[in-house]
Ligand binder design. Structure first.
Ligand code: PMP
Length: 283
């Protein structure tokens, strides 16, 4: 395997950044995960736009023109011979003597890109079984709309899910409403067929998969509500699912041990999963 690190393609096992990279010391950086399908990037433009937004919110300079970043993403995918999988891009504020405030002199942003294959048949198998989710109290900062590498609460939530035999953890805010998953957006389908997902304000990450799926739903003429829902509403819904670039549309069949509907993946969830790429941009 090959990784891109600050201007060079290096063997993955030797890929390293400086100990004073601010990403390492302060989680002072942002990232993107883009789906690779048939060797091509899915929704690259939207991912790049969100990257620029995350960078500008943290006042980190864009490391290079987006077209150059695109070349690196593609080249990393090519060198790793990834047909189906993901490409990971991380940009940090760079290397400087440790001090919380931004370095006065300015730094070169640190850029890392990795790519790996994911067994597509495994994903389909998981989707046909559906996943279990647990809920955890929302304990993240109020700017989770920024895709920063500061993911400690997400790490703990995902580990809690794993220890409970579940695949994802949904955060629940102080008002008892689900915000999103530790690495996905959360959705339900109500008994009367409305598709519900939380409005994209600063309490959730505006998932690219979420945005594309909204287009799919509109095209199907499905009734859509961008609003928060409670755990109980989700448990008693007709269907539930999560979305992310790496899992696409993934049916949820139990929440905190309580089965959703008959415990089988929802028909609509699976149909949306099949239809998703018709609306995604392939470059
Ligand atoms: N929310 C969080 C917290 C995430 O980490 C992710 C995945 N990166 C998502 C939502 C889904 O975003 P996307 O569809 O862009 O992968």
């Amino acid at each position: 395997r090959i990784a891109y690190v600050n201007g060079m393609y290096v063997p993955h096992r030797e890929a390293a950044v400086h100990v004073e990279d601010r990403g390492y010391q302060f989680a002072d950086g942002v990232y993107e995960v883009c789906e690779v399908r048939g060797g091509r990037l899915i929704d690259e433009r939207r991912h790049m736009e969100r990257l620029l937004r995350s960078l500008s919110e943290l006042r980190i300079d864009a490391p290079m023109p987006l077209s150059s970043l695109g070349v690196i993403l593609r080249e990393t995918v090519r060198r790793n011979r990834v047909r189906d999988g993901i490409v990971y891009l991380q940009v940090t504020r760079g290397v400087a003597p440790r001090d919380h405030a931004f370095p006065k002199k300015g730094t070169m942003p640190g850029v890392v890109v990795t790519a790996r294959s994911i067994d597509a048949t495994k994903g389909e198998k998981t989707a046909n079984e559906g996943i279990a989710v647990i809920t955890v109290p929302e304990n993240r900062w109020p700017r989770v709309d920024i895709k920063s590498v500061s993911l400690l609460p997400n790490v703990l939530a995902k580990q809690a899910a794993r220890e409970a035999g579940a695949k994802e953890a949904w955060y629940v805010d102080a008002g008892g409403k689900v915000t999103e998953g530790s690495s996905s957006n959360a959705w339900i389908v109500t008994k009367d067929g409305r598709v519900v997902t939380r409005k994209a304000d600063s309490a959730i990450l505006r998932g690219i998969t979420r945005t594309v799926l909204l287009d799919v739903l509109r095209d199907h003429g499905l009734k859509l509500e961008e609003r928060a829902f409670t755990v109980e509403e989700a448990q008693t819904a007709r269907e539930a699912f999560v979305t992310s670039a790496s899992q696409l549309v993934m049916p949820v069949v139990s929440i905190n041990g309580r089965t959703v509907a008959n415990g089988e993946p929802g028909m609509l969830s699976l149909a949306l999963r099949r239809d998703f790429h018709r609306f995604a941009e392939t470059n």
